[in-house]
Design a protein around this ligand. Structure first.
Ligand code: GDP
Length: 449
């Protein structure tokens, strides 16, 4: 395997998945144009063409046999996604044609790209910072209005700009503090302590605001897990079908039919909800059923929302309360056959999964758990675990800087803490980075991204 840190290599990979009418294969690196000219027969060689141009022609093999008619897009360094010369070849969506093209290019010296390598090169060439590069993967994976919105804000750099300005401010403070060291004999304060304290507090509250947006950001990006739990036959599968409006779960009259967990998703107000219809929690001697019940416990542990379902003839609920991480919604089903008892607590919803009564109210209740009202297009929300962890570290370092100030510690110790804050903020945008971090980020990308 070649060393993927060596950005001199010219890399190649399909940028689209097989099965469509056309495929795009991307070739990028110092030799991209030269390699492409070896395979491509157009009006004139690509080496004589300008960047940002399209060229119609043929791909030929070693014996000049035509493999396909193609359109080539030419990007010249540094004006390309990766910053290197890049050729994007649009060909007919045949696996044979694609593999022939890859083979021919590899014979001429191109190497198959590693996962995420195009984006990694874009980052290393300074075309985008790390948080923007990560957003490329998120935007491709986005499946709802809000997951798209969060990723697209991050990709356009709204988030990076905010972090960079915080970092710049902190670096300015550090240099003032460090200047004091040079004049330590004279006991001067270049960084006015009151202003310094106010600035640190302001930055602290900005970091706090970002970290506290993580729960929402995670929900918007990944969707919200909802577990539907209740005794066998209360109507969990029927409810799941009603919520997602399609026949995904198996509905039957035999108690315990839903042995396994069944998943289906739906979008409410631009947010993705992932429902898990569980096996229900009851005691059983059936081994297979017990496995389903174990999965139910796991589904509940992973859920942000738990819908507790009972029927009107037995409307009892386990005593569970909302927590920071989990909402509970109590629902009485089958009110079409048995009227709901008057003794229910006011927050209990009465529905008929079968006839559709109350389903809309339940969807509204689900939507109300995710507060997007304060978010506009372009709002900065943290949705990435790595960023969240770095922000937490930054906040800890900031707290220790504030304590250092309160205790009147000397400026060198103070500036050391502030530099740690700078370090962690820089980890997010990639000013500070290690090969391990880059590897763990880009190895999760697909090949061709
Ligand atoms: P689960 O075991 O909790 O998943 O329950 P199912 O969804 O399989 O439903 C069990 C039975 O109750 C099926 O015969 C459903 O048709 C029926 N059922 C579900 N919801 C309702 C409802 O709202 N009203 C009535 N009358 N029957 C329902």
């Amino acid at each position: 395997m070649y060393n993927h840190l060596d950005t001199d290599t010219t890399i190649i990979a399909p940028a689209t998945v097989a099965g469509g009418a056309v495929m795009v294969v991307r070739l990028s690196g110092n030799r991209a144009i030269d390699i492409a000219d070896g395979l491509f027969r157009g009006k004139k060689p690509l080496r004589n063409c300008e960047g940002y141009t399209l060229h119609y022609g043929r791909i030929v093999d070693e014996s000049e046999r035509t493999i396909d008619d193609v359109v080539v897009a030419l990007f010249r360094a540094p004006h390309s996604y990766t910053g290197d010369d890049t050729v994007e070849i649009t060909l007919h969506g045949s696996e044979y044609i694609t593999s022939e093209l890859l083979r021919l290019a590899i014979n001429r010296g191109a190497k198959m790209a590693m996962p995420g390598e195009f984006t990694r090169r874009a980052f290393l060439a300074g075309k985008m910072d790390l948080s923007r590069a990560e957003a490329v993967a998120d935007i491709i994976a986005s499946d709802s209005m809000w997951s798209h919105n969060v990723a697209s804000t991050q990709m356009r750099g709204g988030y990076s700009e905010r972090l960079t300005s915080l970092r710049d401010e902190l670096l300015r403070l550090c240099s003032l503090l460090e200047l004091e060291l040079d004049f330590s004999e004279e006991d001067v304060e270049f960084a006015d302590r009151t202003t310094l304290r106010t600035t640190l507090d302001a930055i602290g509250s900005q970091i706090e605001q970002l970290t506290s947006s993580f729960a929402l950001g995670k929900a918007l990006k990944n969707g919200v897990n909802v577990a539907i739990v209740g005794k066998p036959n209360v109507g969990k599968s029927t409810l799941l079908n009603a919520l997602v409006e399609e026949d995904r779960a198996m509905v039957s009259d035999i108690a315990g039919t839903t042995r396994d967990t069944i998943e289906a998703t739906t979008t409410i107000n631009g947010v993705r909800y992932r429902f898990v219809d569980t096996a229900g929690i009851h005691t059983t001697a059936d081994k297979l059923e017990q496995m389903g019940i174990d999965r139910t416990h796991r589904a509940i542990a992973n859920a942000s929302i738990v819908i507790h379902l009972t029927t009107a003839d037995n409307p009892t609920f386990d005593a569970v309360e909302d927590s920071d991480t989990q909402h509970h919604i109590r629902v009485v089903n089958k009110i079409d056959t048995t009227p709901a008892p008057a003794t229910l607590s006011p927050d209990t919803l009465c529905i008929s999964a079968k006839s559709g009564i109350g389903i809309e109210a339940l969807r509204e209740r689900l939507a109300a758990t995710i507060d997007t009202s304060k978010l506009g297009t372009g709002s900065v929300v943290v949705s990435n675990m790595r960023h969240y962890a770095a922000l937490r570290e930054a906040y800890t370092a900031l707290t220790s800087a504030r304590t250092a100030m309160d205790n009147g510690l000397p400026s060198d110790l103070l500036s050391e803490d502030i530099r740690r804050v700078v370090h962690y903020l820089g980890e997010i945008t990639g000013e500070i980075t290690s090969d391990d971090i880059l590897h763990s980020i880009f190895s999760h990308f697909c090949i061709g991204k």
